[in-house]
Design a protein around this ligand. Structure first.
Ligand code: C2E
Ligand code: CA
Ligand code: CA
Ligand code: CA
Length: 284
């Protein structure tokens, strides 16, 4: 009965929600995945909107589970819940630094790595990052850590002061901090100037700009413009996420958005494919 599909299992445990079963199964799978090294990083270019040049690449985790490739939106929540995000995050950091060392050396490109709230609160967070840099030879200025504003702000004042301390220490080593999914959390825009932040990533929900004249479209334009104005004042480079069309790119350029990332430029690709992509771009 254990090996049966989740629908059958839920017949035997009518009190248990299918979702919970799913999470438990994923957590068990994650534990094995760590041991078997089933995680892979893909990389997605971050592009200078004015010149088209690749400035950085974002490392995005992929899990080749025995059931097939599992998207992060399905397993990251289970990894956060179980605490497994900590060792998974260490793996991602070390892998990303190791891959990025050659891209930085050859092309001067930085790597941005997602870190979860659970990770940045750990006392060993700073040494984990510094170890990954040392092992790979990647200098601090080639590493950007992406943290969501929720992860930074949610846990309460004392925790936040501690996290800010960790990030400040890393910035002392040249590492930059990007605030991810900006605009979706609860912080006021004014908060930005008090956080140890070097780069702002504007959430894809705002940057899916079109030529529509309905209220929702006009509001998206206005929000994007407001965030970009603020970044300009604070002297923080902004990256627009999920740029899918050249029309969106045009709008963003008109709004003086310096950087973009999205399927228009490239989807996330395996390291070997990025090697080829970068070599091609350099040859042009
Ligand atoms: P995120 O950090 O906001 O990453 C951006 C997501 O948008 C990625 O999804 C990327 O593949 C997707 N994307 C990029 N360009 C486009 C586009 O033009 N259109 C659309 N519709 N989507 C686009 P992905 O790779 O599935 O990752 C989902 C989330 O999982 C990430 O959101 C991040 O929160 C989390 N994640 C991924 N890798 C890691 C990791 O190593 N550590 C942690 N803590 N979280 C990770
Ligand atoms: Ca991200
Ligand atoms: Ca994001
Ligand atoms: Ca996200």
């Amino acid at each position: 009965a254990k090996a049966a599909g989740k629908n059958q299992i839920s017949v035997f445990h009518p009190g248990l929600r299918v979702e919970q079963l799913d999470q438990a199964r994923i957590t068990e799978g994650l534990r094995r995945a760590l041991a078997r090294e089933e995680f892979v990083l893909n990389y997605q270019p971050v592009v200078d909107l004015a010149t088209g040049r690749i400035q950085a690449v974002e490392a995005l985790l992929r899990w080749w589970s025995p059931e097939g490739i599992m998207p992060p939106d399905r397993f990251i929540p289970a990894a956060e819940e179980s605490g497994l995000i900590v060792p998974i995050g260490v793996y991602a950091l070390r892998r990303a630094c190791a891959d990025a060392a050659r891209w930085y050396e050859r092309y001067g490109i930085a790597v941005t790595v997602n870190v979860s709230g659970r990770q940045v609160h750990r006392p060993e967070f700073v040494s984990t990052v510094l170890d990954a840099m040392r092992e790979s030879g990647l200098p601090g200025e080639a590493l950007i850590l992406e943290i969501t504003e929720t992860a930074l702000l949610a846990p309460g004042k004392d925790d936040m002061a501690r996290v800010i301390g960790y990030l400040s220490e890393l910035r002392g080593h040249g590492v930059r901090v990007a605030i991810d999914d900006f605009g979706t959390g609860y912080s006021s825009l004014a908060y930005l100037q008090h956080l140890p932040v070097d780069v702002v990533k504007i959430d894809g929900a705002f940057t899916t700009l079109g030529s529509g004249t309905d209220t929702a479209s006009r509001q998206r334009h206005a929000f994007t413009q407001a965030i970009l104005n603020l970044c300009e004042v604070l002297n923080l480079p902004a990256i627009a996420e999920k740029v899918e069309t050249s029309e969106q790119k045009g709008f963003l350029r008109d709004m003086q958005c310096p950087l973009g990332q999205g399927y228009l430029f490239s989807k996330p690709v395996p390291a070997g494919d990025l090697d080829l992509l970068l070599a091609d771009a350099a040859a042009e």
